[in-house]
Design a protein around this ligand. Structure first.
Ligand code: ADP
Length: 252
């Protein structure tokens, strides 16, 4: 509990800091970006134009980081902004996969949505889709070429468990402890921000859910990671589905 408290206090202050920093840094960076564009477009010197291109690449990168800081500050906090409705985890998964598939993937990663269409949870569809985007992109980044990333759901009486399983490199025990820390990343410079799972954690907390990590996926395996999230079941669905399950003796 103490750890949880430290975590959410940290997140709250990081959120405030992030919003402030993003604002303060955004303007001068836009200035640098404009000047570099002018240099690239109007300079007579080939060398200067190449350097301008490099500056532009870096400002683009800063822009990306600022963007993720802002969305972190925005989504990672402020529970009053959460809309609670019945959410299909199948749909969230579908949307997240569609979004990730927009990026050209030359590595042949396949995403499989094995979620049950009828399982509904209570929550905010935007935030839960964000959770899936973050989990799937981590799974993708850890995966070898032509690997499969699977999402499935398991029904319980009062909750639904969602599992994202990959065939990737796995996570060491040491790193598992730090996974949800803001800014913890093992992805090289310029690749990760370390905010993805911190955001996932705070969204799940907001939904009164739980999250756990299993890696390697199976005892004796080389790698593979399974991140599982449990979320409260949407009540209306709970009744009809309980009935269905008892009648047909079918769970899962
Ligand atoms: P980022 O993706 O920007 O690094 P995250 O908070 O999303 O930030 O993830 C933190 C770290 O957790 C990653 O850098 C990676 O080391 C590890 N990680 C997360 N998901 C997986 C996974 N499915 N397989 C292996 N490592 C993972």
């Amino acid at each position: 509990l103490e750890q949880k408290l430290i975590h959410s206090e940290r997140l709250a202050s990081i959120g405030q800091l992030a919003a402030g920093v993003a604002h303060e840094i955004g303007n001068p960076v836009t200035g640098v970006d404009c000047l570099a564009q002018e240099l690239r477009d109007y300079s007579q010197s080939q060398d200067a134009r190449e350097i301008a291109d490099q500056i532009l690449e870096q400002t683009k990168r800063i822009g990306k980081i600022l963007h993720s800081l802002v969305s972190f500050a925005h989504t990672g906090q402020a529970s009053e902004q959460m809309t609670v409705e019945s959410v299909s985890l199948y749909r969230c998964t579908d949307e997240a996969i569609a979004l990730l598939s927009l990026h050209q993937d030359t590595r042949g990663i396949r995403y499989i949505n094995n979620c049950h269409m009828d399982y509904l949870v209570s929550g905010d569809i935007q935030k839960l889709t964000q959770v899936l985007i973050n989990l799937l992109s981590n799974a993708r980044d850890a995966s070898p070429n032509n690997a499969v990333v699977t999402v499935n759901t398991i029904p319980w009486e009062h909750s639904i468990t969602l599992e994202v399983t990959d065939q990737g490199s796995g996570i060491s025990e040491e790193n598992q402890k730090r996974l949800f820390e803001p800014f913890f990343t093992t992805k090289g410079a310029g690749k990760g921000t370390g905010l993805g799972l911190a955001l996932v954690y705070s969204i799940i907390e907001e939904h009164f859910g739980t999250i756990s990590v299993r890696s390697p996926v199976n005892e004796g395996d080389q790698g593979g990671t399974c991140i599982s999230i449990s979320l409260p079941r949407h009540m209306a669905e709970l009744k009809s589905s309980t009935r269905r399950e008892t009648e047909g003796n079918l769970v899962g």
